[in-house]
Design a protein around this ligand. Structure first.
Ligand SMILES: Cc1cc2nc3c(=O)[nH]c(=O)nc-3n(C[C@H](O)[C@H](O)[C@H](O)COP(=O)(O)OP(=O)(O)OC[C@H]3O[C@@H](n4cnc5c(N)ncnc54)[C@H](O)[C@@H]3O)c2cc1C
Length: 277
């Protein structure tokens, strides 16, 4: 069981500002710092822990370490007052002079930021795909409920305003699936797909939040209890617009490609030329 330990109190969106340090000592490093909002904080066997080997070098001073969670000097705790994602352990990790051997450094010193970003490329794709599942569950529940709930003498499914909500949910699922399949296709080709993963994550998580919200509207008060799964989906969908980069950060990423600050995914052309008759 692993955890991705990047986020800190003053380094959420602004990851390069992380304050954890890794000081080189004989045969390894001494790690100090605190991570917050870490999924699996208390149940992980190993943390992928990001700390600065060169604190004055910004993002290029960050290095990555595979840190066994039972190492001496680590304390942890979990948040008991989260809004959602109750099935997941989320908490903090504090490191005080924790020794990690040199061979546990992942990559070279200074490569941590690049490693973190490549992990996020995959995680964003996974979060986007998960959002599709959440939307499908919401739509199935909303359709079933709308067919059997009678108001004004007929099933609410027969009213056009409810049909509009259902159709909108289906549209978001279809668009989201297109995004996810596009990223999957690029990944299968071995392409990096940073922009596309970010776009998919941004769209699918916002779509899931909107879809869970609409599903709750279809169910009315019944959806506001945990009797149906909609309330849980709504709580969980909300978290996904924050973790793995907030929706605002994904808009900044998209803009950075448009403005030429980043280079777009370059496709290797492996398709045979089209034969025209
Ligand atoms: C359930 C859950 C699980 C998590 N799991 C992990 C994990 O396993 N590992 C991990 O490392 N982290 C994890 N996180 C942390 C998550 O990655 C951060 O919460 C996220 O990156 C946002 O950071 P922040 O909360 O500090 O918000 P901040 O960075 O403080 O942002 C606050 C608000 O300001 C906006 N903002 C910030 N900068 C800008 C800007 N330049 N322009 C416009 N708007 C801006 C943000 O979009 C946001 O709306 C988890 C978070 C949650 C909620």
């Amino acid at each position: 069981m692993a955890a991705f330990a990047l986020n800190e109190a003053d380094a959420g969106s602004d990851v390069a500002n992380l304050q954890s340090t890794a000081q080189a000592v004989e045969n390894g490093y001494l790690l100090n710092g605190e991570k917050v909002w870490i999924t699996n904080a208390q149940i992980a066997d190993v943390y992928l822990y990001f700390a600065k080997t060169n604190p004055s070098a910004g993002a290029s001073g960050i290095s990555a370490f595979l840190l066994p969670s039972k190492s001496a000097g680590i304390t942890d705790g979990q948040y008991a007052d989260k809004f959602g994602v109750f099935s997941s352990n989320t908490g903090w990790i504090r490191l005080e002079n924790v020794f990690v051997p040199s061979e546990n450094r992942l990559g070279w010193e200074g490569e941590g930021f690049k490693i973190a970003m490549s992990a996020l490329d995959m995680a964003r794709f996974v979060v986007a795909a998960g959002s599709i599942g959440l939307m499908k569950a919401c739509l199935a529940q909303a359709v079933a409920y709308a067919k059997q709930r009678i108001a004004f003498g007929k099933p609410i499914a027969e009213t056009q305003l409810i049909q509009q909500l259902l159709a909108g949910m289906q549209q978001r699922i279809d668009l989201g699936e297109t995004y996810v399949r596009q990223v999957g296709w690029l990944k299968n080709r071995g392409e990096r797909a940073t922009r596309e993963s970010s776009a998919a994550k941004w769209y699918c998580t916002e779509a899931a939040w909107q879809t869970a919200n609409d599903a709750m509207q279809v169910l009315g008060a019944a959806g506001y209890r945990d009797q149906y799964d909609i309330a849980r989906h709504l709580r969980n969908a909300r978290a996904a617009t924050i973790y793995q980069g907030t929706s605002q950060i994904h808009q900044l990423i998209q803009a950075s490609y448009l403005l030429g600050q980043r280079q777009p995914t370059r496709l290797r052309c492996e398709l045979p030329p089209i034969q025209l008759d």
